[in-house]
Design a protein. Sequence first.
Length: 67
Amino acid sequence: MIARLRAFGAFCYDFVVGDDWRLALAVVIALGVTVAVAHTGVPAWWVLPAAVVVVLPVSLLVAVRRK
C-alpha cells in the first residue's frame, strides 16, 4: 500500500512539476494572482494569458541557454 502511494506521489510530482520546477511555481503564482484579482471584483480573465506571455519566453530562453 505504501509503495503504491509513493508511486502515485512520484507520478503526480513528475506530471505537475516535470522538467522545470520554476515553471510549475509560475503557474501556481499565476493561479493565486487570478484568485486574488477575482476577489476584488475586477474581471480576472486577463491574468493567465498575461502570465503565459511573460513565462513562455522566459522558459524558452532558459531551455535554449541550457543547450
